[in-house]
Design a protein. Structure first.
Length: 268
């Protein structure tokens, strides 16, 4: 058994364009990295808002092991049965008690090792939900004796909140992966105590857009300052992900490699 294993995390999948490019590049990612596990954030998979059984089953059937989400999971009523029935589809753990769904999942690898995938959400510029830092304390207490291998999707808006969480969890989790803002950041690194970190892995979907929305619609929202119907874009799709190399004994990261397919040329 190898001492290290690879885990791929795919950033926020947006609409049909995002799903299509995931299916296009999954065979390449599997061949290049031989991942033991693939995680994807799917909160925007159903036309930009939430995820249903249709999109989830498509991802699972093509090799995704666990799907995380975020605040937009609640915008789609058809996401709720999926959250209730499938423990491999997560919603942020730190929403108040009484909400359906689960915030973490223990995935068993073929060799019997457990990987805990955690979904939490920030509060700065977002909903006033339970404290994500205290939520992580509780999760670590609950699963720490079962596995050291913990991958966290921190779905948050504020860069500072994500960075603070990275420092808070350094050495306690395998990786802290930021999602939600849809823009890939250039700070993939291993923190001093061994946790892999990136502020935002980026969107998997149409980049001829404003974070996935048709440009004209987004511009009207900003210039006119009144609501306009959300319209999902379709062109110039990219896949944004990271490959994590994790030590099977310590649960700490050896490396984090940012993946953008195809590569950006001449800007966005």
């Amino acid at each position: 058994m190898s001492e290290n294993y690879n885990i791929i995390f795919i950033g926020d999948i947006v609409g049909l364009a995002g799903l299509d490019i995931v299916l296009k590049y999954l065979p390449y990612l599997k061949e290049k990295y031989s991942p033991s596990m693939i995680i994807a954030n799917g909160e925007n998979a159903d036309n930009g808002k939430g995820i249903t059984k249709k999109e989830a089953n498509l991802l699972f059937d093509n090799g995704i092991d666990v799907i995380t989400s975020g605040n937009h999971i609640w915008d789609n009523w058809n996401s709720k049965p999926l959250l209730k029935e499938n423990p491999k589809v997560l919603r942020p753990y730190n929403y108040p008690a009484g909400n359906i769904g689960r915030g973490y999942y223990l995935h068993e690898l073929s060799n019997g090792e457990l990987i805990c995938v955690v979904n939490i959400q920030g509060r700065t510029f977002m909903q006033a939900i339970d404290c994500p830092f205290r939520a992580m304390d509780l999760i670590l207490k609950n699963v720490g004796e079962r596995t050291k291998n913990i991958i966290v999707d921190f779905h948050a808006d504020a860069t500072a909140e994500k960075i603070a969480m990275g420092w808070y969890l350094d050495g306690k989790v395998s990786a802290l992966i930021g999602t939600h803002t849809h823009i890939p950041t250039a700070d993939a690194s291993i923190l001093p105590q061994g946790t892999a970190y990136i502020t935002d892995v980026g969107m998997t979907g149409p980049y001829d857009s404003v974070v996935g929305m048709k440009k004209d619609t987004a511009i009207k929202r900003f210039t006119l300052q009144i609501p306009h119907k959300y319209e999902i874009a379709t062109d110039d799709s990219r896949l944004c992900a990271v490959n994590l190399s994790i030590n099977i004994y310590s649960g700490l990261a050896n490396s984090i490699e940012q993946i953008i397919l195809p590569k950006f040329e001449n800007g966005l």
